[in-house]
Design a protein around this ligand. Sequence first.
Ligand code: RB5
Length: 150
Amino acid sequence: MIAIASDHAGFELKEAIKKHLDERNTEYKDFGTYSEESVDYPVFAYKAATAVTKGECEKAILCCGTGIGIGMAANKIKGIRAAMCSDEFSAEMTRRHNDANVICFGGRVITAEKAIKLTDIFLDTEFEGGKHLRRVNMITDIENGKNIIE
Ligand code: RB5
């Protein structure tokens, strides 16, 4: 199950991605927003990202105007590794090296066609583990207040 959410500025992009998820038979839960009426993006970051940390959803796709605000909000939640992406290479590498569990798109930045390509890469690329797991674990240590340089 994939969580998907947006604010008003990402709404149209979210709807286009949902249509694509339907076409590829990927199950998702839409955490809103449900129209282009102005809303606060942290609310939607919180709803979708906490579904990931609770284990209800494996990954989340978030859209706002730039993909930045909604990603910043998601990254404040323990266990979330949200990557703001607008190119194929970053979408692939953030799965392979960072084990990103959230991808963030800007509805005012990229086309629906591009976001759909990046969505497929994000959903279909595996984490490589190995030395990258050590680094991801260091991110978690920072999140837990550990001094990783001592
Ligand atoms: C909304 O106008 C806009 O600020 C928001 O969608 C997002 O781009 C924030 O980072």
